[in-house]
Write a protein that binds this ligand. Structure first.
Ligand SMILES: Nc1ncnc2c1ncn2[C@@H]1O[C@H](COP(=O)(O)OP(=O)(O)OP(=O)(O)O)[C@@H](O)[C@H]1O
Ligand SMILES: [Mg+2]
Length: 243
């Protein structure tokens, strides 16, 4: 399924605006996230990709309509939105450096949800062996695994994942992508991913953002089109990790 118009959307944004201080960052984002699929947002630095994810969770002031599972969530507090089953894996991993891996996971446990430790340790065997290690002493890739594991621990029909491969070595990128391929089908995913090879492996739909707006929603084969990728990112496919 690649045409968002024909799929049932788990998440819909309609004309979402967001400001940070005096800056008008999102300038009318309209976006559909089809249920069961992976939707990948790409776009140049500073166009509002992260702010779009944060707007869904109510982490920035915003106007416009945001519907999750058919219901408006744009008037709800962040904690109530998260409790509906939306996980957020932020751009900078955001693990608690002074706490152990096990403590990081325990803090992520949400009341009213099952806690899928078996799933998490199946996907990330290293987290079991390192469960007593301080998260701050883990490698970037391992911290990314903790961050993803925190989202996968609870029943989250929707995961918002921001640049999970950013700053990681190629081998580690491949490991993160392999895990995300297993997440696929378990949760609907809206993610930002600027590494074109990774995006190509994961995307069912591609959303291109520019200057605080969605400029296009495409089938994933757009990631083979160097001119479109160049227009979206400012660099061609090979410079964006694509080949
Ligand atoms: N806390 C903040 N205070 C002020 N300006 C901010 C803040 N957070 C983001 N911005 C600005 O909002 C704009 C959009 O930022 P956002 O982080 O959403 O972009 P992005 O597309 O995720 O970029 P990147 O590719 O660098 O991650 C940028 O111009 C940024 O400088
Ligand atoms: Mg960002």
């Amino acid at each position: 399924m690649t045409d968002p118009a024909q799929a049932e959307s788990l998440l819909e944004l309609r004309d979402v605006h967001a400001s940070i201080g005096v800056s008008h960052i999102l300038q009318g984002v309209t976006l559909d996230v089809p249920a069961g699929d992976v939707t990948v947002i790409i776009g140049r630095n500073g166009v509002g990709k992260t702010t779009t994810l944060r707007a869904v969770l109510g982490l920035v002031d915003r106007t416009g309509a945001i519907r999750y599972a058919g219901e408006r969530v744009d008037g709800l507090e962040t904690s109530r939105i998260a409790r509906r089953g939306i996980a957020y894996v932020p751009e900078d991993r955001d693990v608690f450096a002074d706490l152990t891996v096990a403590e990081n996971l325990a803090l992520a446990e949400r009341k009213g949800s099952a806690h899928h430790y078996d799933l998490v340790f199946d996907l990330f065997p290293e987290l079991r062996t390192r469960s007593r290690q301080l998260a701050g002493t883990l490698s970037g890739g391992q911290q990314q695994m903790v961050s993803l594991a925190r989202g996968l621990l609870n029943d989250n029909p929707l995961m918002l994942i921001d640049e999970p491969t950013k700053g990681l070595a190629p081998k580690v990128v491949a490991e993160v992508v392999a895990v995300l391929e297993q997440v696929k089908g378990r949760s609907t995913v809206l993610m930002v991913e600027q590494n074109i090879a990774a995006a190509r492996r994961l995307a069912d739909h591609v959303v291109i953002m520019a200057e605080g707006r969605v400029v296009a929603q495409h089938a994933p084969d757009v990631l083979e089109d160097d001119a479109t990728v160049r227009a979206a990112l400012g660099v061609g496919i090979s410079a964006a990790g694509g080949r």
